[in-house]
Design a protein around this ligand. Sequence first.
Ligand SMILES: *Cc1c(COP(=O)(O)O)cnc(C)c1O
Length: 344
Amino acid sequence: MELEKLVRPNILKLEPYSCARNEFSGTASVWLDANESPFNGPYNRYPDPLQMQVKQQLSAIKGVPVESIFLGNGSDECIDLMYRIFCTPGIDNVVAMSPSYGMYQVCADVNDVEYRTVPLNDDFSVNFDAMLEAADEHTKVMWICSPNNPTGTAADAADLLNFGKRAKCIVVIDEAYIDFSSKPTMLTHLAELPNVVVMQTLSKAWGSAGVRLGMAFAQPAIIALMNNVKYPYNVNMLTQQYAIERLASRDEVAQQVETLLNEREWLIKALSQAEAVKHIYPTDANFVLVRVDDADALYKALLGQGTVVRNRNRVSMCQGCLRITVGTHQENVTLMNQINEYAR
Ligand SMILES: *Cc1c(COP(=O)(O)O)cnc(C)c1O
């Protein structure tokens, strides 16, 4: 793969903005370079544009070099950057498995990039061959989500590895739910896959959706392009400080994941005994997709009781389905009482 051929010509020759904090990053005692106020420290200062402290922690946790890590304002920023870097509006296209995460298509539409969908197989596994067939010389990015939202299905590492090697464009593997999965992360294969971008987030297992921190892992040349195109201070100081704290609480997070996996098992068992539930799809994520008698009716009934689940009734291949996030035991019990009450 020649990376230059995949990058938009205007991005390839972009002269990136050089902010004050990029031009000088050593130690000093008098900072008069960025037109900041001298008052209200530490918030008067611009944050580190490359978030080095957070990345050093992540590097140790994930076993990926700092130069292979990008941090964004949620994964959503990382997703949008793929279009802005690789896809010329009105000319290029992307190929995505379907159904999957809605933001891939929204960002394609915003950037005026054709979004080609390839249906999942009936068992919700990825049809890798069909995705390769759907691609042409203008395909710049392919979207894989594993474990997938909203189906909960995870792909085999061997299949992902094979697909990444056969694809002639950028392959994004969105691992937002990987911490809940029985399948391994693809991060360990990054070196073999120069065209692959693995995305993760603090929003799910790390319990920090409110602070907005998404991660992308890829070969340094791709990370450099992302850094050139992003807003200079895309991750604010409060988020960086919080991330440093949270990443230090790995044991606590591991325990919470363990708890959620146990709760997931409890919820699946309870759902399998519920009359309103027709089918429970296997899941590798912190949610369960269930096919029910009448999805709209059950959705409304639960809303009436103060419980919100995600109605996926109008999503392709998910007719009649609700997506239920695994909550605390008390929340899951409340939900099951309401589902069983509804059936009566
Ligand atoms: C929740 C989710 C994300 C996380 O997005 P953030 O912007 O980091 O909160 C990414 N991908 C998928 C598939 C998700 O479901």
